[in-house]
Ligand binder design. Structure first.
Ligand SMILES: Cc1ncc(COP(=O)(O)O)c(C=O)c1O
Ligand SMILES: N[C@@H](CCOP(=O)(O)O)C(=O)O
Length: 447
């Protein structure tokens, strides 16, 4: 299969192009974000999306075991021998009629895309298989990332699976222990900075460029190519029907950026006939996207984004040492690196963004635990978002919705235990304390 991928700066004033074999992560000419583009006229694509599913049924070769590389023609940027896979993307879309009922949606219309089933327990693995394949293509020997936890877990796992040295930057006290334990167990060098995620993100970029280390955050455009497949699998599970809404938590905004790109490409290729609406959910304490879109009216505007607005807000945050705060530590980010690409997705998907208080996110998390497969706090922002958007009439009960549950329930058990034992929300379910006495135990169970 001919490889026609190249990198292109998203800034229409620049538009510089670079070979796929360069590891640059930002446009060397103007500093803007890079995209992966393809000459689709030379691509050998299946006639219909159903043909991708046959690969999973047959599993004729190594790559067919991956829920990412099953769709390889749609992210055709490297030769097969470079593809690094550990069986990522074998996730499920669960129709959840209990949650539909709780939220006032029609039966059959609420679906939860559970990305916690990935090898490192979060959606990040979809991106890592792609980025590590690119790292192998360019011959990288060491890699690094900044993280609120899941990226570091995923990077550490993929790095040791392909023998790369790995350094992860985390903000002191900003990471759930489930995630920290993964990075340490998988053998990463963990650098804990006296700062937050945004500080780590800044440091890691400088370190990577000074020491020629391969960067694995979602600034890396190859990573976002892998994350497109989350959308392919959602529509695959719906029999190749496009839902009305996709709802996703927003942090560094890699997912939302890649989802819009995925749908635009599929539509342009004639593989789908319409694009779903995209709702991105911020936490109130980390609401940069929501602020810029809803209060400052920022738009993609065919690439002519008012960058000044973004740059001055980010500079202001830096100058005032502003630090975001939310219990959903995975999305505790105030200077999201993909903001511009996310604005593009909002345009493509006729999307919106809202911000929600931690209490609503915690209650939604408990609901996903009670009625679904469970998830980590940030993931539940998608379900909390659905509740809000149904309540305010934005989403109709008759519309089909897929909420992306980005991370596994066991990533942040401390928050779950506190929610229940300290009776923090409407679904708190604390353990009952009983003396070590059979009659009393039976009484309680019967009651
Ligand atoms: C569990 C979880 N959910 C959501 C997010 C936010 O995703 P994104 O950065 O792609 O917006 C992250 C990390 O960023 C995460 O770890
Ligand atoms: N929640 C993320 C933050 C980093 O995002 P990335 O997608 O740019 O790697 C994490 O898990 O670290």
């Amino acid at each position: 299969m001919a490889i026609t991928a190249y990198q292109k700066c998203i800034n229409p004033d620049c538009g510089a192009e670079f070979d796929r074999t360069e590891a640059i992560f930002k446009c060397p000419k103007c500093g803007d974000l890079l995209d992966i583009q393809y000459d689709w006229s030379k691509a050998k694509l299946p006639e219909k999306m159903e043909d991708f599913s046959k690969r999973w049924a047959n599993r004729n070769q190594r790559l067919d075991f991956s829920g990412v590389w099953r769709f390889r023609e749609l992210l055709n940027f490297c030769e097969d021998e470079h593809k690094v896979t550990i069986g990522e993307g074998q996730t499920i879309l669960q129709q959840n009629d209990f949650i539909a009922k709780e939220l006032g949606m029609d039966k059959g219309n609420v679906h939860l895309q559970y990305e916690g089933l990935n090898p490192s327990g979060s959606f990040k693995d979809n991106g890592m298989t792609a980025a590590f394949s690119h790292a192998s293509l360019v011959g990288a020997k060491s890699c690094a990332c900044a993280s609120t936890g899941n990226t570091s877990a995923a990077v550490s796992l993929y790095a040791h699976s392909c023998g790369m040295k790995c350094t992860v930057f985390i903000g002191q006290g900003r990471i759930a222990f489930g995630k920290l334990s993964q990075a340490m167990d998988y053998g990463a060098q963990t650098i804990q900075i006296a700062g937050d995620f945004d500080d780590c993100m800044k440091q890691v970029q400088d370190v990577c460029s000074k020491l020629n280390i391969y960067l694995l955050n979602s600034l890396n455009p190859f990573r976002l190519e892998g994350q497109k497949t989350i959308m392919y699998r959602i529509i695959e599970s719906l029999n190749w029907q496009v839902p009305d809404w996709i709802i996703v938590p927003g942090g560094n905004l890699g997912n939302s950026s890649s989802f819009g790109k995925a749908f635009k490409e599929l539509k342009d290729l004639g593989l789908i006939d319409r694009i779903p609406c995209l709702a991105i959910i911020n936490a109130c304490g980390a609401d940069t996207l929501s602020y810029l879109v809803n209060q400052r009216g920022l738009k993609w505007n065919s690439g002519w984004v008012e960058s000044k607005e973004i740059n001055s807000l980010y500079a202001d945050f830096t100058a005032k040492k502003f630090s975001p705060h939310t219990i959903a530590s995975a999305i505790e980010i105030s200077r999201p690196v993909n903001l511009k690409k996310c604005l593009r997705s909002i345009e493509i998907c006729d999307g919106l963004v809202i911000d929600l208080p931690d209490e609503e996110i915690k209650d939604a998390k408990a609901m996903v635990g009670k009625y679904g497969l469970g998830c980590e706090p940030a993931s539940a922002a998608s379900v909390a978002g659905l509740r809000r958007l149904v309540q305010d009439g934005t989403i109709d009960p008759g519309e089909k919705v897929a909420c992306v549950l980005t991370g596994h329930a066991l990533k942040d058990p401390d928050l779950t235990v506190n929610y229940h034992t300290k009776r923090e929300g409407v679904l708190s379910n604390p353990p009952v304390e009983v003396p070590n006495d059979l009659d009393k135990i039976i009484d309680i169970i019967k009651a």
